[in-house]
Design a binder for this molecule. Structure first.
Ligand SMILES: CC(C)(COP(=O)(O)OP(=O)(O)OC[C@H]1O[C@@H](n2cnc3c(N)ncnc32)[C@H](O)[C@@H]1OP(=O)(O)O)[C@@H](O)C(=O)NCCC(=O)NCCS
Length: 338
């Protein structure tokens, strides 16, 4: 028997296509400053080694009153203010994080409640690329008419999932939150995204044991482990071409940029990417890692927030941003600076 659909009439009602841009950005850095000197003993390292190999001078670790939700709220408030909207006007909230300590529900609905919003709310798990994935999704939601205002938060409390004794990660990972509001606008201010994944390298950065093993084998608290050299090579050789493709897709040349805001993984990776992209010497490059460490999903919005706040980059100019990390996963796009 063949069944036929009742309605062969054609397309469903759809809102008209719109344009989108980032209209507000905010950040929150935890109060506790942790210099290299506080870390070196347990990993048999030195301040000089950490500075030279990673560019990190100090980082922030969250304490009491600085949960994933607390930090997200504190980053969101200035972002909403800059965007000129109230939380109640948000249609969707996307929280990019890998350090929310509940399997379910997601962090986003709790953040929504804290903000006084009833928006659609969900988390994104794409590690250090999570924020740029969120900007992609927010852009598409606004362009398709599903939302008028979307909040994208990148937030981490990686100090909860970092072993103080792991030489490969103890000095890198840190805590913080960055937030952006993506809104309908007259002019398109978010370029096409270039994104992808390489699951063959799934284990290069990962939680050391699954929750099932932790429970059944009584393994104790897991942490995030990393094959440093593997990740370093992938980032240096693989991510500059991705960033170049994002420039090409947006129809922008390197000399037209007002900022380069890559994920703050390691200052040597940032420098190598800038060199491969042949960025002119006068283009500001985010090096927030020196005083913030690697805050995974929070790193790109935190770096941009600092550059905007300190007047280093012009509002309305063009920034190339790229996130990359565990998965392995990546996403890059050119955006108009809010
Ligand atoms: C982690 C990282 C800084 C380590 O640097 P590296 O040069 O690859 O270090 P290696 O593991 O090859 O070790 C080099 C030497 O430093 C030593 N070393 C490793 N970790 C050390 C530490 N924390 N302190 C001091 N010495 C250390 C090693 O013992 C080795 O010594 P040897 O040459 O005498 O054998 C680097 O691999 C890196 O930045 N990777 C990318 C990490 C990253 O960006 N992750 C985030 C992506 S989202």
């Amino acid at each position: 028997m063949t069944v036929t659909p009742k309605n062969l009439a054609g397309p469903l009602a759809a809102p008209p296509a719109a344009s989108a841009r980032i209209t507000g950005i905010g950040g929150y850095r935890p109060r506790r400053v942790v210099p290299n000197s506080e870390i070196v003993e347990r990993i048999d390292s030195s301040d000089e080694w950490i500075r030279e190999r990673s560019g990190i001078i100090e980082r922030r670790w969250a304490g009491e009153g600085e949960s994933v939700i607390d930090m997200s709220e504190l980053a969101t408030t200035p972002a909403l203010e800059m965007a000129g909207i109230e939380a109640a006007q948000l249609d969707a909230i996307l929280v990019a994080t890998v350090s929310w300590p509940y399997q379910t529900p997601a962090a986003a609905p709790m953040l929504a409640e804290r903000l006084g919003s009833k928006a659609a709310a969900l988390d994104i798990s794409a590690a250090c690329a999570g924020y740029c994935h969120g900007i992609t999704m927010a852009n598409d939601m606004v362009r398709a008419g599903t939302a008028e205002h979307v909040l994208v938060v990148g937030v981490e409390r990686l100090s909860d999932f970092t072993s103080r004794d792991d030489r490969g990660t103890a000095f890198i990972f840190a805590d913080g939150a960055g937030a952006a509001v993506v809104s309908r606008s007259e002019v398109q201010g978010i370029g096409p995204t270039v994104w992808g994944s390489d699951g063959a390298q799934w284990e290069a950065i990962s939680q050391t044991e699954s929750w099932i093993d932790v429970h059944q084998k009584n393994l104790g608290w897991p942490h995030i482990g990393m094959a440093g050299q593997t990740v370093f090579r992938w980032a240096v050789w693989g991510m500059a071409p991705v960033a170049q493709k994002a420039l090409d897709a947006a129809g922008v040349t390197a000399d037209q940029l007002d900022a380069f805001v890559p994920h703050q993984a390691n200052v040597r990776i940032i420098d190598a990417m800038a060199k491969q992209l042949k960025l002119p010497a006068d283009i500001p490059i985010a090096r927030d890692i020196a005083y913030t460490g690697n805050t995974s999903a929070a790193s790109v919005p935190l770096a941009m927030e600092r550059m905007v706040r300190e007047g280093e980059i012009p509002r309305g100019g063009l920034a190339l941003q790229i996130g990359f990390g565990a998965g392995l996963s990546y996403a890059a796009q050119v955006v108009t600076i809010p």
